[in-house]
Structure formats: C-alpha cells, structure tokens
Design a protein. Structure first.
Length: 48
C-alpha cells in the first residue's frame, strides 16, 4: 500500500534539510527580487 500524497495544506517535514534550505533560498531570492524591482521602479520614476 502506498502512503497518501502530501496535501498542500500540510506542512512538509520540519526535519527535512532539503525543504528547510529550499525555503530559505526561495525566500532570500524573493527578497533580492523585491529590492531590485523597487530600485528599478524608483529609478524609472526618477525618485533617485
């Protein structure tokens, strides 16, 4: 018998290092993208 697939509303295993590092990298890249886009928008609007 196969285990049930993980549902989106369930959290992944907290002790899985791949999940932990994947989230850290993804969030870090998201922050970098936000900063770059905010800078580009400010430059486009001639704020700085």
């Amino acid at each position: 018998m196969q285990p049930e697939p993980m549902r989106p509303e369930q959290d992944p295993a907290e002790h899985d290092p791949v999940e932990i590092w994947g989230r850290r990298i993804g969030r870090g890249l998201g922050v970098v993208a936000l900063v770059v886009l905010a800078w580009l928008l400010g430059r486009q609007l001639q704020v700085w």
